[in-house]
Structures are given as C-alpha cells and as structure tokens.
Design a protein around this ligand. Structure first.
Ligand SMILES: *Cc1c(COP(=O)(O)O)cnc(C)c1O
Length: 418
C-alpha cells in the first residue's frame, strides 16, 4: 500500500528512518515516498491499459513541482482549477495537450492564458462561463475546446464539504439543462464541443456512486450523439477514497472493471482525474512535541505543526492516524494533539488513544500527502513547511522551508508611513 512502515521500533520512509529526516530538515516536515507515488500512479495506468485514456492528476491535491514532474515523466496529464495551477503544471513539464481545466469561476485572464497555452479542453461549469469562453476565444481568433461539466445529481456518500455532484451544489450544469447547454455550445462560433465531464465528490469509498453517475451520463451522451454532437472525450472525474482510519475503498482496477464495460461500443477517450488516491497515502507530516499540558479533564500534546500546515482535521473533522516516529513501550493515554495556533479549532486529533510521548519526540501524521501542503497557509505568520521526497535510501528537498523574510516579501509600506 505505502512505504511508511516500522522496522523494529523506528518508522521508515522507504529505506530511511523518519527520525533522521526530521533531524536533518527540521519540523514540521512533509515527507513523500517516490515509489509509493509511482505505484499509485501506475495503478491507474495499468487499470485502464487497453482502453484509450489520459490520467489527469488533480493538481489541487498536491501541487509540488517535483511531484508533478514525476507524473509528467510517466505520461500523466493534469486537471487544473486555476491559472496558478496551469502555470505550475506547464513549468513541471506536463504537456498542455493533457491539461483539462475545471472550476466554476474562471477569469478572462485565466481563460486567455489557457487558450494561449493550447490546453486540451475547458470543463465548463455554467452557461455564462460558456459565453465568456466563446467571447475570449473570439478575441484570440481561435476556437476553445470544451466539455460541459454535468452535475448528475448523485450522492457520493462522503463528507458534505467534499460532495460536489448533487443538484444543490455549485458545480457543473444540472443534468436536466444539459441538452439545452450543448445546443447553445454547438451553435457558438468560437467553441468546439469535444467532451462531457462529471466529478461527483471526493473520498468516495464505494464503486456504486461512480457506476450510477456514469450510467446517467451515458444516457445523456447517447442523446447528444444522436443529435450530431461529437463526443470524443468522456471525463469521469476523480474522487476515489483512500484509507485514513478503517476505510476499505475500491482501487483503480475495481473502478476500471466496473466502468469500462458500461461504455460498450462507444468509442471515446476516457479521462480520469485522481488526486487523493494517488498522493494521499504517499505523504506524511512529521511534527515535534513541544509541550505536554494537563488540561481540565484531558491531556494536550502541543506539537509544532498546526492547522496552517494541515487543515483537514479542523476543516472537515478529518481523521488522520498519528504514529510515534520511534515506538516505545509506554502506557496508553487519551489526548488532544494540538498545534501552536491561536484558535481552538487548531487540532490534528481529538481524544486520541496514543502511547505517552515526551517533549522533543516526533510524531507522524499519516495519509497527509493530499490536501495537506496544498491547503497550507501562513496563518499566525508561520512559514510554510519544507517538503522532502524519499527514493529508496536517497532523500531530496523538493520545497525549502519558508523563511521569515518570505512572510513579508509582498508587503509594501505606503510613503506616508515611511
Ligand atoms: C478535486 C477534483 C478532483 C480530484 O478529486 P480527488 O478526490 O482528490 O480524487 C478531480 N476533478 C475535479 C474537477 C476536482 O475538482
């Protein structure tokens, strides 16, 4: 599954003790396993091997350039949601012909950038966005390739904050309005309709929502084809869940086995947009215990990583396993693992059963590779953590720890205050 395992009492990242990396690079520290990333990426390419497909990694899950480069070198594309992600992705060497661009709020500037970069297509989320893309492509004297993101009104049975495919969500075009929107798009001068897109949510731990959603999309697709709309690409989105606590999510092979037969004779190129399922368990966040504190009725383990480094527990009440970097025979306690930030919502774990830990010892927050660093911030003026990639016995710094001067890089003092 992943390559963060104990050898004796020590937690290893591939063939290196996590402790050594923590001491060398300092904490908080994100550590990624190269071989886990590669294995998870290849699980997708292997599963869909034999059917025309592009694996477009969802960049928002982890936008480190070295990680994107790894996917680029293995033939991967990208699913992006902003001009910034487009910039990073191109710099990392991902072919623009494998970049698809979703998101409900694309600006004129971003649309221009994407058209100039000749990305594969826009995944369009509303009629008004369609009109804007048509207008901007007109200025550029080009035709914008688009797929319409259809909201199939399927419950992915996941956390409400990461469900996207229900009628009540802001994402995509409601399936009832799909035919009308395709009609509008087909008549546009500067728009070239080439596909259909859906993405129903994240951390989905069953195959059935994917199957149900695809069935609805295929009914629509057949109607579109009957009306002469050319659908060359079918984008089934991402959203496959991962193991955090006790989940037993399907793997890419299960997805392929259940989805490909539904396509029957329809000849399309499949696009898959996995994020979490590739990077989630390929990364950990290492943190150091600063202080222990006896609270009113529980213990607090105060560590040097906070919600600015990993916001998932605070934002989604997400569970992450927390493991000692060096296992000791100690008594078990129940504690809140909290960060240094001045917010009560700043915690990594609540009422967690852990072995007693001492000041200065390290903890590893597991399954932190997705929506970890990419959602991190400078709140409380905390420099962002360093990121390291481990490959066998080798380790590479893939993002320097930010410095204090980084914190004020863009600040400006008006002359009257000088
Ligand atoms: C976030 C997102 C994904 C990736 O979701 P994961 O759950 O990380 O696989 C894919 N497609 C779109 C459009 C997204 O917004």
């Amino acid at each position: 599954m992943h390559l963060f395992q104990y050898r004796g009492s020590e937690l290893f990242a591939e063939d290196l003790p996590v402790m050594e990396l923590a001491e060398k690079y300092g904490t908080p520290l994100y550590i990624y396993s190269y071989n886990t990333l590669l294995r998870h990426f290849r699980a997708y390419t292997d599963a869909f091997n034999g059917y025309p497909h592009i694996i477009c990694f969802a960049v928002k899950a982890n936008s480190n350039s070295a990680i994107l480069r790894l996917f680029a070198k293995n033939g991967g594309g990208a699913d992006i949601v902003s001009g910034g992600e487009l910039y990073i992705t191109l710099k990392a060497g991902i072919s623009p012909r494998k970049i698809v661009y979703a998101g409900v709020g694309k600006t004129e500037e971003e649309i221009l950038f994407a058209l100039k970069s000749k990305i594969l297509m826009f995944n369009v989320e509303s009629e008004n966005e369609l009109r804007e893309i048509d207008r901007v492509a007109g200025i550029m004297k080009t035709r914008a390739a688009v797929a319409l993101r259809i909201n199939p009104d399927i419950d992915p049975e996941t956390h409400p904050y990461i469900a996207t495919g229900l009628r009540k969500h802001k994402f995509g075009i409601p399936i009832e309005d799909a035919l009308e929107n395709y009609r509008i798009a087909s008549r546009m001068r500067n728009v070239n309709v080439i596909g259909i897109h859906k993405h129903i949510g994240s951390q989905i731990t069953k195959v059935s929502p994917f199957v149900d959603a695809l069935k609805r999309i295929l009914i629509l697709m057949d109607k579109l084809i009957a009306q002469g709309v050319k659908i060359e690409y079918l984008n089934v989105g991402g959203g496959l869940g991962i193991f955090y606590r006790n989940e037993e999510p399907p793997v890419p092979k299960d997805l392929a086995k259940n989805l490909i037969p539904l396509l029957k004779e329809r000849r399309v190129t499949l696009i898959i947009e996995p994020g979490r399922s590739i990077v989630g368990n390929a990364g950990i966040l290492v943190t150091k215990t600063l202080f222990l504190k006896e609270g009113e009725d529980k213990e607090f383990i105060i560590v040097d990583a906070g919600m600015n480094d990993l916001i998932r527990p605070s934002l989604y009440d997400a569970y992450h396993h927390i493991l000692p970097v060096v296992r000791k025979k100690r008594k078990t306690i129940f504690a809140d693992v909290v960060g240094p930030i001045c917010e009560s919502g700043d915690f990594l774990a609540k009422d967690r059963e852990l072995k007693k830990i001492k000041q200065g010892e390290y903890l590893a927050v597991m399954s932190a590779g997705a929506y970890g660093f990419s959602m991190s911030s400078n709140y409380n003026s905390r420099p962002k953590a360093a990121e390291v990639m481990v490959k066998g016995r080798e380790h590479f710094l893939i993002r320097e720890r930010e410095t204090y001067s980084d914190l004020i890089r863009n600040d400006m003092i008006p002359p009257f205050l000088k």
